[in-house]
Design a protein around this ligand. Structure first.
Ligand SMILES: [Zn+2]
Length: 405
């Protein structure tokens, strides 16, 4: 379990600017913005100061952290669900971004639907007290009990019609129409963070919910495609900062919003990549995955499901477990595969990981676990992956003259 607490690139961050809460509960306003893939360097690195004035101001006015302890696996959907439930994936039920579907009968489905969350959520608690809650592109929010909801759904194509489904999934059904009227231009598809910010700003100004949650994703996309620290990622970081500034302003100008509590959070960090490791190729060679002549998977007895910097291994029949354990150990011993640690089911249980996984694979820096089974290793197809491990850097500091970002 040591790997879980090894100090490494921060997996997630939190900047919190606290203002005094209003005395009356119904006057409480909280704006929770998740900037996907945001790392603490965005507000601690002096070299980035010109790009992130709003994040830095919030950090200086409030409380901030230079790292957090991530969940297992430290990827978008499990992390976001932990943010609003306070429990590990094993308890909240969002075990990964994508559902377990080795045969891919779901066309790569993610955990889109809130009914998969097995415990009470923050917006649920807010609503339970008679207060109002809103979500914009919050992960796992289709069908979530929210007063105002534009859920996260990426759809299956880039066709402009994609936005129509999102309109139909939103609460109230007229949410997009009303926000379009207010901003004067229609929403396109795929959605952009500009769209998400405008939608959230509209909700804040018009409805002033007690809790407003927003998920911004373009910094994550830029880091996957171009790598952390790339010019494109830095440009996206500056854009996120600008949106944060706009939204804080909108929240404070909203009815009763002068004393809004603002929390800026994230879900994981990024590490640069060189190599893609595909454990399913080894499972196929061992006869544990069946493949047709065309290369399509037709059956499996053991399957590795990637979560970026780590993977879960599922074994259908307990009798195959020792064989899979031996195979993973052999793979681990070859440094070319980039396996830092093989986790047992007991390790995963302690870490709050997927209860049905029999093993976990923790990848070394520079390596990424993928689902394909064509070959064991190949050059990485993206520039960076989520740092899917825990970090020991959990130092939280109050802003002071000696510890300011
Ligand atoms: Zn993410």
């Amino acid at each position: 379990m040591k790997a879980f607490v090894q100090c490494l690139l921060t997996a997630a961050i939190a900047v919190v600017a606290l203002l005094p809460l209003a005395a009356a509960p119904d006057a409480t306003r909280v704006l929770l913005i998740s900037v996907d893939g945001l790392m603490p360097s965005s507000y601690t690195d002096p070299g980035l100061a010109a790009r992130t004035p709003n994040l830095r101001r919030l950090a200086q006015e409030g409380v901030w952290a230079d790292g957090v302890v991530g969940v297992t696996p430290t990827v978008t959907y499990p992390s976001h669900t932990t943010l609003i439930t306070g429990v590990e994936p094993a308890r909240h039920g969002i075990y990964d971004n994508r559902i377990l579907d080795p045969e891919n009968r779901s066309n790569g489905a993610w955990y889109w639907y809130a009914r998969a969350i097995q415990v009470q959520t923050l917006p649920g608690a807010v609503r339970g007290r008679g207060l109002t809650a809103a979500g914009v592109t919050w992960p796992v929010s289709i069908g979530m009990d929210l007063d105002f909801n534009a859920p996260e759904y990426m759809g299956t194509s880039r066709h402009p019609e994609g936005v129509q489904l999102l309109r139909g999934l939103s609460t109230p059904r007229t949410l997009f129409d009303a926000a379009e009227l207010a901003r004067g231009t229609p929403f396109g598809w795929p959605q952009t963070d500009r769209d998400r910010t405008d939608l959230t700003s509209f909700i804040l100004r018009t409805y002033a919910p007690n809790l407003t949650m927003l998920h911004l994703i373009e910094l994550d996309s830029a880091q996957h495609t171009y790598g952390p620290g790339s010019p494109e990622a830095l440009e996206a970081m500056a854009l996120m900062d600008r949106y944060v500034g706009e939204l804080v302003e909108a929240a404070r100008k909203a009815p009763g919003g002068e004393k809004t509590t603002v929390a800026i959070v994230s879900d994981h960090g990024f590490l640069p990549l060189t190599t893609q490791f595909q454990p399913n190729a080894a499972l196929k060679d061992a006869g544990l995955i069946d493949v047709s002549a065309s290369g399509a998977m037709t059956g499996w007895r053991a399957w590795s499901h990637s979560a970026g910097g780590s993977a879960y291994v599922y074994v259908k029949d307990a009798a195959d477990r020792p064989r899979v354990a031996a195979l993973l150990e052999t793979l681990r011993k070859d440094p070319a595969n980039g396996i830092r640690t093989v986790w047992t089911a007991e390790d995963l249980a302690k870490a709050g990981g997927h209860p049905d996984a029999q093993f976990g694979i923790d990848m070394a820096d520079g390596f990424y676990a993928a689902n394909a089974h064509d070959t064991l290793r190949k050059p990485s197809t993206s520039k960076a992956a989520m740092a899917s491990r825990r970090t020991a850097r959990r130092c939280t500091r109050r802003s002071s003259s000696s510890a300011r970002p």
